[in-house]
Design a protein around this ligand. Structure first.
Ligand SMILES: Cc1cc2nc3c(=O)[nH]c(=O)nc-3n(C[C@H](O)[C@H](O)[C@H](O)COP(=O)(O)OP(=O)(O)OC[C@H]3O[C@@H](n4cnc5c(N)ncnc54)[C@H](O)[C@@H]3O)c2cc1C
Length: 589
């Protein structure tokens, strides 16, 4: 046993001053992927330490605190909320909530469980939504879904006063409507820096309406939140044995050690912002997919998963990440900016606008542009869609578990994303940048203002020129790894314009191409696929305890939300529910 380990086991001395633990005094610095050397001193101490202040983290923290534990939440960013606060606030908790009952919707934990494990539900491209879900994890969700919803209400979250519906729903089960919506109320929105218009505060769904009440509830309950504290590794008694006893944190260049007397809860929000991590599930997802939705508010850098793997944790549920359904990958709706996710627009009043840099140009009609790859070649019908997903009534008629469901779904793949990521045949993975090409007439039709802050010229996400050849030559940015030949772009546009004359897209069957690209200036706007959900992650059990590579519980370690695997569903319901379960079990289990 090392000297440092001896010290830590004897007393786990609490040293309250950060100065005493400047980098170097806690052992050698190590990357997030390494098992941390046990510290000589703890800088902070609590019963439960939660990593991340998003939907999972704050739910777990409040539940644990109210169960009698002292709780510290560490948050890497200088603000709370994670992707949850940027979200649409659509929450599919079901199984018989009070709102479902009020509106005469008959749901039950069993119905929810069987919906979310129904092997027979497939999308029009043949991919099954629920077949590879972990039954133990889904059972726990089904059994705690109602309690989580009522708990959110009791902790200040106001839901829009209407019947559950399908809006924003994504792999929430086919049998009954379950989607409920967090009213934004008068909380300032992170997207704008301002409250929503008073006329829509009680009816507009927003993650601000979820996370600001939880932030207030956490403060009221006595949860301590440490901003700009980034967990870099976990402390376990032995490298692959014993309890998890704390976390190593970086805070403004200083290394701190936080002791968790009972449990550490990983609520770090997933891994799709980490190129090497996400490529384990899909090798095509190379660096150019840099517009992760939810950024730049917070990243999904896989730090929770990597730290847990370093002490023996197992990953789980890779199919749920690779499967072509839902919002794992999306077609951008805003173009000419780095962050073009359809449901998140950053405005100049936002506190992160200096990082987002542009609002983007919202595309209302893809008849107004063509899309080309790095070589200036079209690759698909621009009006084509991303992947589809199961929701209430997607399959009609539907009989749970019936072989007829899959048989009755008509094969009809939505392959814009796959075509965009096909690459240019030069042996590289990844499709490279996709550019929307349009002219001055399109700008007028769409009522765009193609200038900053609407577009990001400074970082190379938007270009303009008076000729197509000049436009192609100007496209120089970090992800455009080959020059776009000007003659290619000219040829592509000329051929497309001929399709407008004939009314038939002979290459990709775009429905009746309407507008020629002919009036200068011409524009090239970043329109590359956007990564969104993480659906693979750490292996957990029904209590959200993390499981190791031998199938054993890692004592003292929990995980939920997008960093946990085994559950294919978009977002907030599984995150809040798993936070609820983890927070309880960490204290009482
Ligand atoms: C634009 C957008 C719209 C969405 N809309 C919906 C919707 O309407 N309905 C729905 O169900 N889902 C929606 N989602 C998905 C939903 O927001 C997420 O699934 C959910 O927030 C995940 O919760 P989480 O707790 O796992 O992660 P998050 O809420 O992202 O929280 C993770 C937190 O951990 C912090 N963190 C990460 N690493 C570290 C570290 N090493 N140390 C300390 N802190 C760390 C992060 O900074 C972040 O604050 C949306 C997502 C986005 C981006």
């Amino acid at each position: 046993m090392t000297d440092e380990a001896n010290v830590s086991r004897r007393g786990l001395v609490l040293n309250a001053t950060a100065a005493a633990v400047a980098a170097g005094t806690l052992g050698t610095p190590h990357p997030a992927s390494a098992q941390a050397v046990l510290p000589a001193h703890w800088t902070h101490e609590a019963d439960v330490v939660v990593i991340g202040s998003g939907a999972t983290g704050y739910t777990a923290a409040i539940v644990a605190r109210e169960a009698g534990a002292t709780v510290i939440v560490v948050e890497a960013e200088n603000h709370i909320g994670g992707h949850a606060i940027t979200s649409g606030g659509n929450v599919p908790l079901g199984g018989g909530t009070s709102v479902q009952k009020k509106h005469g919707i008959e749901d039950s934990p069993d119905l929810l469980f069987h919906d979310l494990t129904d092997w027979s539900v497939v999308e029009p491209n043949g991919f099954p939504d629920y077949r590879y879900n972990d039954r133990e994890i889904i059972r726990a969700f089904a059994d705690h879904s109602v309690a989580t919803f009522e708990w959110l209400v009791a902790h200040g979250v106001i839901f829009v006063d209407k019947a559950p519906d399908s809006r924003g729903g994504n792999a929430v089960g086919n049998s009954v409507p379950r989607e409920m919506h967090c009213a934004v109320m008068d909380w300032p929105m992170v997207q704008t820096g301002k409250p929503a218009d008073p006329s829509e505060q009680a009816t507009r769904s927003s993650g601000n309406g979820l996370m600001r009440p939880l932030e207030a509830a956490a403060a009221k309950a006595g949860v301590q939140t440490l901003l700009q504290h980034r967990m870099v590794s976990l402390y376990r008694e032995g490298p692959h044995t014993g309890r998890v006893i704390g976390i190593a944190v970086e805070h403004r260049g200083t290394r701190l050690a936080i002791h968790a007397r009972k449990a550490v809860i990983i609520a770090t929000g997933g891994s799709t912002g980490n190129v090497n991590f996400r490529r384990m599930a899909d090798p095509r997802l190379t660096e150019e997919y840099c517009g992760l939705s939810g950024m730049p508010w917070s990243d999904q850098d896989g730090s929770g998963e990597i730290a847990a793997m370093a002490i023996g944790a197992s990953l789980w549920g890779f199919y749920n990440q690779t499967g072509e359904f839902g919002f794992n990958l999306t077609k951008p709706t805003s173009i000419g900016c780095q962050y073009g996710y359809q449901n998140l627009v950053w405005f100049p009043g936002s506190s992160v606008f200096d990082k987002a840099r542009a609002t983007g140009l919202r595309v209302h009609d893809w008849q107004d542009a063509i899309m080309v790859n790095m070589l200036g070649q079209r690759f698909y019908d621009e009006t084509g869609l991303g992947f589809t997903t199961n929701n209430y009534n997607s399959i009609d008629p539907y009989t749970q578990g019936s072989w007829l469901n899959a048989k009755n779904v008509k094969y009809n793949p939505h392959d814009w994303l796959n075509a965009a990521m096909a690459g240019i045949g030069d042996g590289h993975n990844g499709g490279g940048p996709i550019w929307a090409i349009f002219d001055a007439d399109a700008v007028a039709r769409e009522h765009w203002n193609p200038m900053p802050p609407h577009v990001d010229m400074a970082e190379g996400f938007f270009f303009t020129a008076d000729t197509l050849a000049d436009l192609a030559g100007k496209i120089v940015m970090q992800h455009q790894r080959v020059p776009m030949p000007g003659e290619n772009l000219q040829r592509t546009v000329a051929r497309y314009n001929s399709f407008v004359d004939s009314g038939v897209d002979e290459d990709f069957a775009k429905p009746k191409p309407l507008h020629k690209i002919a009036t200068p200036p011409f524009y090239a706007a970043w329109a590359t696929p956007v990564i969104h959900d993480t659906r693979m992650g750490l292996r957990i059990n029904a209590h959200c305890q993390v499981i190791d590579m031998h199938g054993h519980v890692i004592p003292g370690l929990y995980c939920g939300g997008e960093s946990a695997g085994g559950f294919s569903q978009h977002g907030l319901a599984r995150a809040t529910c798993q936070g609820y379960v983890a927070g309880h079990h960490a204290v009482t289990g």
